[in-house]
Design a protein around this ligand. Sequence first.
Ligand code: FE2
Length: 213
Amino acid sequence: MTFKLSPLPYAESALAPAISARTMEYHYGKHHAGYIDKLNQLVQGTPYARMPLAEVILKAARDKAASDIFNNAAQVWNHDFFWRSMTPGGGGSPGDVLARKIAADFGSFDEFAKAFAAKAAGQFGSGWLWLIADDARLQIVSTSNADLPMVSGKHALLTCDVWEHAYYLDYQNDRAAFVETFLDKLANWEFAAERLAERRSAGTGERARMTGR
Ligand code: FE2
């Protein structure tokens, strides 16, 4: 076993009712754990088995023969990042530094929230919604399937999983209600602020930091 499932930063029931324990049981215990199991099967006996997770992602992204490895490795990283992007009692407006940055780059927090919701609505099929720091500016981007900002050298601050498995048990097909709840009740702005501070102090050093084991 090369890669291991990281523990959740809170109990499976800690985000309820915004995200039910049953959703977490399946999302973390089946989907996330499933990506780990599949990744371990795929890398067995290959050079990827000896690499940190971020290196697997970056190398496999450039290797057409390794698309399955890329997809499973990226989904492991994305889910780890998603769990840390939420916190019990989270949501609402961020703290001072990030609030000022969001106001500067989006006009206001409300404008940011509208743009985040619109991006979620416009995402066709499965994917991820991200707040990223691109050079000096914050941006909202979406990625399809397992894709993630790291591959294009972008630094993620926060993510929301918009695959149906993230919300279907609790919200059925109402992705908009899930994304609204993510912003109102779940977003871990302290984590996003820490990620912004890392970006400012270390440039883009994603490859060095995210050893991912
Ligand atoms: Fe997911």
